[in-house]
Design a binder for this molecule. Structure first.
Ligand code: BGC
Length: 281
């Protein structure tokens, strides 16, 4: 895609657009990438019925248009509820199966006529927590889980994100895909108490603890604002804390990752220029 804009080349970027695509809603805002604060109101639209690629791309285009007169070179980060490998969506737990194997990143880039950074939604949330939130300045192994329609997960080690952990789908306790039993959507579907839900989560976190020996669990997703309803029932060796960002974590993380990627592009360009200059001298 086109060359990085002048502001980005010079490292003056201070804002980025973050878009968070979910199974039920698509949200976007402009983010101050130094403080992690939203610079605009959050725009939210329902995910089109069936979650098909063209319809979702259309909503993202309209959200970016509604964000107003954003300079063309502003980095754009988009996060999505699927495994994302080399710009392709490799799964589709709560959206149309048409996403599986699709070159999603280039689809968005064509529709938006600019580069984007495209990542898994829980990875974006994990990155936001590492940059600005509950994992900031924390060393060691951190597991973030988002409890929503599904269970998303992010692994952060000494501040570095290890992408595409799909820890929501582990088989556990007779359940082939534990997300279907223990997500927040499962709690609502089964109409169970906080205590009963916490029992399902206890088994989940105790299992992750056994597998990973993390230093910290962070619990995200909208329901984490009610952490005091279910945390008291969890008995783990590992410290467990609610996420600093709930519904905005995906937006913040996608924006921050986009700014980071734009920075890497600038550094690569600078290195090439230096190499060329040295070779020619
Ligand atoms: C998907 C993950 C996603 C999570 C939260 C899961 O069903 O497999 O990729 O991060 O839901 O949206």
């Amino acid at each position: 895609m086109g060359a990085a804009p002048t502001a980005t080349r010079l490292g003056f970027v201070s804002t980025a657009i973050g878009i968070d695509i979910g199974g039920t809603g698509i949200k976007g805002a402009i983010v101050d990438i130094h403080t992690g604060e939203l610079q605009t109101a959050r725009i939210k639209k329902p995910t089109p019925e069936g979650g098909e690629p063209d319809a979702i791309v259309g909503v993202v285009v309209s959200i970016i248009a509604e964000l107003g007169d954003v300079p063309h070179g502003t980095p754009v980060g988009v996060c999505f509820p699927a495994i994302v490998q080399q710009g392709r969506t490799m799964s589709a737990a709560n959206v149309s199966d048409k996403w599986i194997g699709l070159s999603a990143e280039s689809l968005f880039e064509k529709a938006l006529d600019r580069d984007i950074t495209f990542v898994n939604d829980a990875d974006a949330a994990g990155y936001a927590e590492a940059q600005f939130g509950a994992a900031k300045d924390r060393k060691g192994l951190i597991l973030l889980t988002t409890l929503g329609t599904g269970i998303g997960s992010a692994i952060i080690y000494n501040g570095v994100l290890v992408p595409n952990a799909e820890l929501g789908h582990i088989a556990l306790d007779g359940h082939e895909d534990y997300e279907r039993f223990a997500s927040y959507a499962a709690m609502e579907r089964d109409d169970i108490s906080w205590k009963k839900w916490a029992g399902r989560l206890q088994k989940y976190y105790a299992h992750l603890e056994k597998l990973f020996s993390p230093d910290l669990f962070i619990v995200g997703g909208g329901v984490s604002k009610h952490w005091d309803e279910f945390f008291p029932y969890l008995h783990l060796k590992t410290e467990i804390v609610p996420a600093a960002f709930r519904n905005n974590a995906g937006i913040l993380g996608a924006a921050a990752l986009a700014a980071h990627t734009a920075g890497i592009r600038v550094a690569d360009e600078a290195r090439d220029l230096i190499e060329k200059a040295t070779t020619n001298s």
